[in-house]
Write a protein that binds this ligand. Structure first.
Ligand code: ARG
Length: 613
């Protein structure tokens, strides 16, 4: 099913074609003067050149061709602009959104490389942003029907592993299986890393341990496995609390065996050569505005580097998964590294030219002091600390706002977690991805304003209206507000776990039919009702735009806009107390559509909505 703007563009496009001009001139966009019209077409300006006519005349001629179309209630020309107002009937028909009905063609196979956590090394806010943005991009791609694989690309293979192994051998000399716990790991890496900075012999020993591990020493491998497993179990737990679900838990180590033959081939084919003791591949191109240094694949001591594992990972992905597109959701400061890897992969045939690879970089999450977000004690903020921080703040806010007071303790705790996640994710995703931003927890945890908690509150309010309507027998179906069968796309985003869906398919049909039965033709609707319908009808276009621009913030803006329109609607209309059955039925149907769409758009941001609050 195509989007609203695509459908409208077809109508005006056909008029342009009939007029002897290019179909493409009919492109319709959202109006930048909402006081005058809903949507507009500026094609007359572009067509003026080829048609050798003045834009106002062209616009008038197009107006004549489209004015009687049932989609429009008013078509006006201002200068050369064609201002279009949608008819209520059309708008209402178009505002029933189903996420699984958005089709994007062609369907692509997309890998999203995000998360990028490192084993036994604390995660920092950069990893947090990667998880939040990557999860959202993954869901946006999936919602459009693309085949999407999210891969955490674990850092499990570098010098940090050698450091930890060496430190353990110092602490437990001669012990093959040192009794290491998760808490130990938290402390061991910082200790080992500090020692490596000051003690050269220690660093060399750590390097040796790394080399031995990578060469396959059985004892080191067993110890390494144990550390990796401990770490993964812990990471999964943290990521789950953040509503982040990876399809693949591959690590850098998974491509270890691909590296020697890859390096051999690149040498043989003349791509890789020795330079100052290192093995490098030139990746500079004639049009480069700045110097792009060669990609380094191997150092003099034989150690391979970050770029090498990334290159081998491209090879593995191409061979095993045949992707059309790989999105790398990584700190923008790694852009040179990514560029070198991409160019090297294309140049050497590791990646076919047809494979698109993109670095979707992001800026830094800063604290109120404008520096990267830190703990109160001034240390780097670990994922756990941050989750705890936002959850505790959510608990306080819930207390203050007198929300969820009558709910059981356990449910309140879970609601606090969800509100905390919404605080964090919405604050992050409402910013342009590439910009740095300040995470002001006081502002973003509020139940008022442009915040995650406000959006959850609004969605839950819509749920509660439907629940009450059901209790009072105003709806002809059961279980409106109860958790029911999830649309497949919602479940898929949670690694197959069922999610609470606002309505089951059956219930949805029942509401729609009840409102249809009551009125063949919709009654005259208020301005704010129109605004809500228009916002709903544009949902698919927003998802398409967010995908095209790799911009979750477009969904975030949209969600806030829809929620605030709905809040205005709610303010101005009696929904449950409305006496006129017909009006009440269409009101409830509108609430149902708003709820569906809010839940879906929040889902695209990776935010879950509680059943009640
Ligand atoms: N582990 C890396 C880090 O902590 C991030 C990995 C990003 N993904 C990639 N394919 N390079 O910086």
């Amino acid at each position: 099913m195509s989007s609203l703007l695509a459908k409208l563009s077809e109508i005006t496009g056909a008029a342009f074609a009939d007029y002897g001009a290019d179909f493409g001139f009919g492109r319709v966009i959202v109006s930048n003067r909402p006081d005058l019209c809903d949507v507009q077409c500026n094609g007359a300006f572009a067509a003026a050149k080829t048609l050798k006519k003045a834009p106002p005349q062209i616009a008038n001629d197009i107006r004549e061709r489209v004015a009687s179309h049932p989609a429009f209630s008013k078509v006006e020309v201002a200068g050369g602009y064609l201002n279009l107002t949608l008819s209520d009937e059309w708008l209402i028909a178009e505002s029933d959104q189903r996420l699984d009905a958005i089709g994007a063609e062609p369907k692509l196979k997309i890998i999203v490389d995000y998360g990028g956590a490192n084993v036994a090394k604390p995660l920092h806010v950069g990893h947090l942003r990667s998880a939040i943005i990557g999860e959202s991009l993954k869901r946006i791609c999936r919602a459009l029907g693309h085949e999407v694989i999210g891969d955490v690309h674990l850092g499990d293979w570098g010098l940090q592993m050698g450091m930890i192994i060496h430190e353990l051998s110092v602490r437990f000399p001669g012990v093959a299986e040192p009794p290491v716990t998760l808490d130990d790991l938290d402390e061991i890496y910082p200790t080992a890393s500090a020692k490596s900075k000051t003690d050269e012999a220690y660093l060399n020993a750590a390097r040796e341990a790394t080399a031995k591990l990578q060469a396959g020493d059985p004892g080191y491998r067993a110890l390494w496995r144990k550390i990796v497993n401990l770490s993964i179990a812990d990471l999964k737990n943290d990521y789950r609390k953040l509503e982040t679900y990876f399809d693949l838990w591959y690590g850098e180590s998974d491509v270890n065996d691909l590296i020697p033959p890859l390096i051999e081939r690149l040498k043989r084919e003349g791509f890789a050569y020795q330079s100052e003791g290192a093995l490098v591949v030139d990746v500079a191109e004639p049009d480069d505005k700045q110097e792009i240094p060669p990609a380094i694949l191997q150092k003099a001591d034989g150690a391979v580097l970050y770029a090498t594992t990334d290159l081998a990972t491209v090879e593995m992905r191409v061979q095993q998964m045949h992707p059309d597109l790989i999105l790398y959701v990584i700190d923008k400061r790694q852009s040179l590294h990514m560029l070198q890897v991409f160019r090297c992969a294309w140049k050497t045939g590791v990646a076919p030219q047809s494979l698109a690879m993109e670095h979707d970089g992001f800026g830094t999450m800063n604290g109120p002091d404008g520096k990267p977000f830190k703990t109160r004690a001034g240390g780097t903020m670990k994922l756990k600390d941050l989750i705890e921080l936002v959850t505790t703040r959510a608990e306080e806010r819930i207390e203050e706002a007198n929300v969820a007071t009558d709910l059981p303790e356990e449910e309140r705790k879970e609601i606090a977690r969800m509100v905390g996640v919404a605080t964090l994710k919405f604050a992050d995703l409402s910013n342009t991805r590439t910009k740095d931003y300040v995470f002001d927890i006081d502002r973003f945890s509020s139940f008022e304003g442009r915040t995650g908690p406000y959006l959850l509150y609004t969605a839950v309010r819509a749920k509660s209206i439907l629940r009450k309507a059901e209790e009072r027998g105003l709806l002809v179906f059961g279980g409106a507000a109860a958790a029911s069968a999830s649309p497949p796309v919602l479940a898929e985003n949670r690694g197959g776990e069922a999610a609470a869906a606002p309505l089951s398919d059956e219930e949805r049909d029942l509401v729609a039919r009840a409102s249809e039965r009551l009125h063949g033709r919709p009654p005259k609707i208020s301005d704010v009702t129109r605004e809500v319908h228009l916002s709903l009808a544009l949902f698919r276009d927003k998802v398409l735009a967010a995908f095209a621009n790799r911009a979750p913030n477009e969904i975030a803006d949209y969600t806030y806009d829809l929620a605030s329109r709905f809040a205005r609607y709610y303010h101005e209309h009696h929904i449950l107390s409305e006496e006129n059955e017909e009006v009440r039925a269409s009101s409830l149907e509108l609430v149902r559509r708003v709820l569906d769409t809010l839940v879906l758009s929040l889902d695209l941001l990776g935010i879950d909505v509680p059943e009640r609050m």
